[in-house]
Design a binder for this molecule. Sequence first.
Ligand code: DGL
Length: 265
Amino acid sequence: MRADQPILLLDTGVGGLSILGPVRKRLPNAPIVYVLDQAGFPYGQKPEMELAARVPALLGRLAEHVDARLAVIACNTASVITLEPVRAALAIPIVGTVPAIKPAAEISKSRVIGVLGTKSTVRQPYVDNLSREFASDCTIIRHGTHDLVALAERKMRGKPTDPQDYVAILEGLFSQPSGDRIDTIVLACTHFPLVEKELLAAAPHPVTFVHGGDGIERRVEHLTEGQPWPDSPSPGRAIFISDGSDPEALRPGLAPYGLEILETL
Ligand code: DGL
């Protein structure tokens, strides 16, 4: 292991920044490569089979390309569908981001929990299993939305978003039977914590938001314990798997996360 070997994070867009933020705080000198698979965007509306083929192949190529020491699938959709095939395909440790149903069940008083994710994530058996294992005495109400992914992408490009859009999205949870008793919402898509403030303002009553990113930085620290790191922070690399759009539009949004080198593949 060399000190300059990076941690690789993958998402389709800006969502993984909600994971990168805490990772950088805990490991400030860690070299970072952040991959935006814009050509595959949105994962949340892709057939499972397509993701199960795409993500392991892409991560495998990239991990080799940048000589990564560890990879984080900084996307719930990709994690719940492809974690197993990715782990089978790559020789480095893989950290997934999965819906935070367990921590939600630990804090919910009303025992009614909302799960907000992409359409694909909320229908996965992975969510059924987490609910059965960790929240069997809770009512779990799910809502899948792509609109919130699009709003987070807009916000990170410095574009305005309409507060009413967040109200309408949350309606998808609160209007379901028992929805008025939801006191905890799992943000089961890495894009969503980026608009948590807007969601809080839009909620009809106080709720607590939890997300799968909580604790990932501790997992990364644990898995890299004892490994060498550079003596000081270095600029992070953002690699765009391009959909043809201009990466420069995201430069101001990426800079606060230390991503200063923008590359297109
Ligand atoms: N950020 C991804 C997730 O956590 C979703 C974005 C997409 O649909 O591409 O599920």
